[in-house]
Design a protein around this ligand. Structure first.
Ligand code: AMP
Ligand code: MG
Length: 400
């Protein structure tokens, strides 16, 4: 059986063959999308020398008193010629008049009619409080790099560069369905031996959190013919990925692997030495121009979501060159049991106390316990060869 690192390398190598497309969107729609080009500044930023404070513009000398000859407010420039004897009232963001090289903040002066006086202990320095043209960025330089995920910080730079339309990568398209005779729709009350189909909702949301497109194909019984029809329907679609759940273990009614093979999917791996989520299947379907990555995840809702977090999500981030910090090292607050050579992803709660990151993991760690999973905020990653980490040891936590 391959290990986690080998599996993730295989997925990365296949996912990087996806041809990325781009599209133009309105700047307001660009939030959380990934920039498909370097954005170049079309002007200097800031575009002109301007005042960083509300104050008085002067020409620096050893004088401490000036005659006020007028005012300039932001956006309402008046031209003046500033000599050593005169000053102009100026507000933050106003263009600096000719001759002025220094702005004295209003707090540092006294004004009597039209006479400006520097306060006793005020200190002035030539050039102070002027934001110079192009100081933030020069025209024709790169303002934001390709592959930046647009957020509230970077969108202001796009706006300052006049980008009403933004070229972003098209979202990936992913189809999703679940399998299992035990599944019922969520609007029904489980009776006897049935479960509400919960994992299509978690996987749907997980793809949405990454801002990609998901097509929900619902669920089907563990019936070969019905599953085959679902798979065929998915492969007719213009999708980059198919995610299925259930039916990839070694149970009598685990048909998915067989059906994928029959449909021409090339298996890249089946089963990885991890816990939970060991039965994961990964293959690639290629026909004509279509190339679809196929992820057959186990049905167990915790396992399938952990699989998403540790295989699918990092691979998509790799494809779009996202270098988010999503692994933190924390001090374990309780002993963990791990006796095998698998890589474990245990549910944990990460928190900060006295400037130290700590993580507790006092869950049952049963892969059936969905509610427990919903209360966790990280997965504690315990490397393959590490055994029984003890309270006080440092462990890697993946934020979820
Ligand atoms: P499987 O991987 O098909 O053997 O499924 C393992 C267990 O996970 C099943 O017995 C169900 O309890 C549960 N399960 C499977 N599929 C789903 C699903 N789509 N939603 C919720 N629970 C599921
Ligand atoms: Mg099943």
């Amino acid at each position: 059986m391959i290990n986690y690192n080998e599996a993730i390398e295989i997925i990365k190598s296949e996912i990087s063959k996806i041809k990325l497309h781009s599209e133009e969107v309105d700047i307001f729609e660009s939030y959380n999308r990934i920039l498909a080009e370097d954005v170049i500044a079309d002007v200097d930023l800031p575009p002109f020398n301007n005042s960083a404070v509300d104050g008085y513009a002067i020409k620096f000398s050893d004088k401490t008193q000036w005659e006020i000859i007028g005012e300039i407010s932001a956006g309402n420039f008046n031209s003046f010629n500033i000599t050593e004897e005169v000053a102009v009232l100026i507000t933050t963001g106003s263009k600096i008049p000719v001759g002025a090289d220094t702005i004295i903040p209003v707090e540092d002066v006294d004004v009597e009619s039209n006479i400006l006086k520097l306060k006793e202990n005020a200190f002035i320095k030539k050039g102070m409080n002027i934001r110079t043209q192009g100081n933030d960025l020069r025209k024709n330089e790169i303002a934001i790099k390709q592959f930046t995920k647009i957020d509230s910080k970077s969108i202001a730079v796009l706006a300052s560069c006049g980008k009403e339309k933004v070229k972003v990568y098209s979202k990936l398209k992913c189809a999703l369905f679940a399998t299992g005779d035990e599944l019922i729709p969520i609007n029904e009350k489980p009776s006897e031996d049935k479960f509400r189909v919960s994992n299509i909702y978690s996987l749907y949301a997980a793809m949405k959190e990454m801002n990609h497109t998901v097509i929900n194909l619902g669920f089907t019984k563990d019936d070969k013919e019905m599953i085959r029809r679902k798979v065929e329907a998915a492969f007719e679609m213009n999708i980059d990925m198919l995610i299925t759940t259930g039916g990839v273990s070694v149970g009598k009614y685990d048909f998915l692997k067989e059906i994928f093979e029959e449909q021409g999917v090339k298996e890249k791996f089946w089963k990885v030495n991890i816990k939970p989520g060991k039965p994961i299947y990964f293959g690639v379907y290629e026909k004509d121009e279509r190339r679809i990555l196929v992820f057959g995840l186990p049905g167990n809702p915790v396992s399938s979501l952990v699989n998403f977090y540790v295989f699918i999500k990092p691979s998509i981030e790799f494809l779009f060159k996202q270098n988010r910090i999503d692994k933190l090292t924390a001090t374990l607050q309780n002993d963990l049991k791990k006796k095998d050579g698998k890589r474990h992803f245990s549910r944990g709660i990460l928190y900060q106390e006295n400037d130290e990151l700590k993580v507790t993991s006092e869950f049952s760690q049963s892969s059936g316990n969905l509610v427990e999973m919903s209360r966790a905020n990280c997965l504690i990653e315990i490397e393959d060869d590490r055994l029984n980490p003890k309270k006080g040891e440092r462990v890697k936590c993946i934020l979820i």
